[in-house]
Design a binder for this molecule. Structure first.
Ligand code: NAP
Length: 266
């Protein structure tokens, strides 16, 4: 009887709830073994037990606070050394509420460590090994807020713009390596992230918030379709292409030996 080859192991950060836990469900359904990473061991155990029972897959939990250097190093080492890991979902993240001027800098720094430093180090650890193996998938969670800094926290949207830039640069660098990099840019999605930041999702205009199930299913469909950037709610990806083309059209004039005429003093 023909058997389907195992897709390998997916390591998911922020897998105890929300988008990460939903990806864990979908990837288990696709036959992946899982390594689930987050801080809350009890919740990780709950997710793991359910997925083992429901899908019969191997699920390991790895408790780690990704803002703590030693914990982050353990996850990096696992990614760098475990050849069974074929997919990294760089998902753990947080947001902060309020204005920049009024913000609590310790909270902001913690968020930047979680949203930028941790996924960068994890992506490097995974990409290095996967490039040598000639195969692998890295999914980086960005956000549509990276395209709308006028309307959202500059520090959060900036951290997500960083993830988008990193993803695009990784795609260029790894294009012939067999390693796929997908950036996922969700809009507002119904998870605990809002409550954790003290933001009332119910105050959002009607029709603006997606369920986490629909968001993750769309993102995985984007992955299956080979998209480099997936924006789950964007009806026409030609809009994204036009945006990219307009950005790249600036390129010939972005670095030149002479200043633009408008800066020439008479
Ligand atoms: P969530 O429901 O708050 O879940 C966040 C996950 O990250 C949890 O599993 C949490 O688990 C884990 N986590 C938080 N701090 C951590 C730390 N220091 N170390 C390790 N794990 C940590 O958030 P979500 O909405 O699913 O967000 C997931 C990703 O999607 C984030 O990168 C977020 O920026 C992005 N995103 C979300 C939305 C949205 O509207 N929800 C929109 C765009 C992008 P523990 O508490 O157990 O550690």
């Amino acid at each position: 009887m023909a058997t389907t080859a195992s897709p390998g192991t997916a390591l998911i950060t922020g897998a105890s709830t929300g988008i990460g836990a939903t990806y864990a469900d979908r990837l288990a359904r696709r036959g992946y073994s899982l390594v689930l990473v987050a801080r809350d061991q009890q919740r990780l155990d709950g997710v793991a037990a359910r997925l083992r029972q429901q899908y019969g897959v191997v699920v390991e939990t790895l408790q780690a606070d990704l803002t703590a250097r030693a914990d982050l190093a353990r996850v990096e080492q696992r990614l760098a050394r475990d050849a069974a890991i074929t997919l990294l979902l760089n998902n753990a993240g947080s947001t902060v509420e309020g204005s920049f001027v009024g913000s609590d800098m310790d909270k902001v720094e913690n968020m930047l460590t979680l949203n930028i430093t941790a996924p960068t180090r994890l992506a490097k650890a995974a990409a290095g090994r996967m490039a040598v193996a000639g195969a692998g998938t890295i999914i980086n969670l960005g956000s549509v807020t990276s395209l709308l800094p006028e309307s959202f926290s500059g520090t959060y949207s900036g951290s997500k713009a960083y993830m988008l830039n990193l993803s695009i640069a990784m795609q260029a660098e790894l294009s012939t390596s067999g390693v796929r990099v997908q950036a996922v840019l969700p809009g507002a999605t119904r998870t605990e992230i809002w409550e954790r930041a003290g933001i009332d999702l119910n105050a959002f205009p009607p029709g603006m918030v997606m369920s986490v199930d629909d968001m993750v299913d769309a993102a995985l469909s984007g992955l299956d379709q080979g998209e480099a950037v997936t924006i789950p709610s964007l009806p026409d990806m030609a809009d994204w292409q036009r945006y990219t083309d307009a950005r790249l059209a600036l390129q010939p004039n972005l670095s030149r030996s002479a200043a633009a005429p408008r800066y020439n003093k008479s």
